[in-house]
Design a protein around this ligand. Sequence first.
Ligand SMILES: *[C@@H]1O[C@H](CO)[C@@H](O)[C@H](O)[C@H]1NC(C)=O
Ligand SMILES: *[C@@H]1O[C@H](CO)[C@@H](O)[C@H](O)[C@H]1NC(C)=O
Ligand SMILES: *[C@@H]1O[C@H](CO)[C@@H](O)[C@H](O)[C@H]1NC(C)=O
Ligand SMILES: *[C@@H]1O[C@H](CO)[C@@H](O)[C@H](O)[C@H]1NC(C)=O
Ligand SMILES: *[C@@H]1O[C@H](CO)[C@@H](O)[C@H](O)[C@H]1NC(C)=O
Ligand SMILES: *[C@@H]1O[C@H](CO)[C@@H](O)[C@H](O)[C@H]1NC(C)=O
Length: 287
Amino acid sequence: MGFLAFLAARRNRAHCTPWHPWGHMLLWTALLFLAPVAGKPGKCSPTSPLSPSHPLSLLPAPSDLPKAVVSIQPAWINVLREDHVTLMCQGTSFYEGNLTMWFHNGSSIHTQNQPSYSFQAGSNDSGSYRCQREQTSLSDPVHLDVISDWLLLQTPSLVFQEGEPIVLRCHSWRNHPLNKITFYQDGKSKTFSYLRSNFSIPRANFSHSGKYHCTAFIGKTPHSSQPVNITVQGGDEGPAIPLIFSPWHQITFCLVMGLLFTVDTGLYFSVQRDLQSSMGDRRNYKV
Ligand SMILES: *[C@@H]1O[C@H](CO)[C@@H](O)[C@H](O)[C@H]1NC(C)=O
Ligand SMILES: *[C@@H]1O[C@H](CO)[C@@H](O)[C@H](O)[C@H]1NC(C)=O
Ligand SMILES: *[C@@H]1O[C@H](CO)[C@@H](O)[C@H](O)[C@H]1NC(C)=O
Ligand SMILES: *[C@@H]1O[C@H](CO)[C@@H](O)[C@H](O)[C@H]1NC(C)=O
Ligand SMILES: *[C@@H]1O[C@H](CO)[C@@H](O)[C@H](O)[C@H]1NC(C)=O
Ligand SMILES: *[C@@H]1O[C@H](CO)[C@@H](O)[C@H](O)[C@H]1NC(C)=O
């Protein structure tokens, strides 16, 4: 861990080069102030708290390139066969290069090397997509579902955070005109409209979790979509905070640091006093 490494480095250094006493104390003080900052989960990558990007080693290592991000346009993660889909690989904004690698179900798509990848969906196009650009690391996977059906309830995500808006769409194969559209949650009808094919929830809460489907007429024929499970999660229920960043560990860390600082400063002054008195002794001896 960074802290132990730091102590070890400090001990090694103490053997060969003299430390300026003020530098010493400033460092301990800086550590005391840094500790709470380091504890904020937002300040560090939650997936790799002990990687070289640990906040105590303030410079990022070369392996810590930002992750690319795959986005789907239009934003639906489920589409019908023959729908047009564009996948975008977003990298760092300050880098203009276009060279991109695309992966489908883990295999490289050799024909695709641009940040934007468009296709007409076929059933083989289901699965996970990842991308990587020159100045990024590999993106997280994004799952696309290609369905063969007349009607599909489309969603931009299967999981939403509490308070987020949700927009669902009742979508027909080849965009055949729809009428008499009904949205259902867990089998109960939520809205009915002659022509509107979107269903919006401005602020999601737990009561909006459930199985959604829609029914509609294409011409005079009624159709029904397959259900889609939607989950609404608590707003504060983010990624698990690693143990070392819990408040108790922060408090313990600060206490230990404070103790070390006190002991260190005490030692420094006592050594200085000893040195001064021994120098005084020597002076007395010389005289
Ligand atoms: C990079 O992509 C953008 C948009 O896709 C395009 O306008 C631009 O010409 C491309 N640049 C190169 C060097 O290929
Ligand atoms: C889908 O993939 C299978 C094997 O992976 C292949 O035999 C089939 O021709 C593909 N179908 C289409 C429509 O590309
Ligand atoms: C990718 O995986 C999905 C299922 O996870 C499958 O339906 C699809 O056919 C696969 N496509 C290819 C090209 O491997
Ligand atoms: C339905 O929702 C999509 C996605 O939010 C939006 O682009 C579209 O304009 C909406 N259509 C209507 C008729 O509200
Ligand atoms: C959830 O939101 C609906 C409105 O969409 C509201 O009627 C309901 O009271 C809310 N439930 C909770 C538990 O906040
Ligand atoms: C949807 O949720 C139900 C329980 O609410 C579960 O039994 C079912 O397997 C889920 N379906 C999918 C496709 O995840």
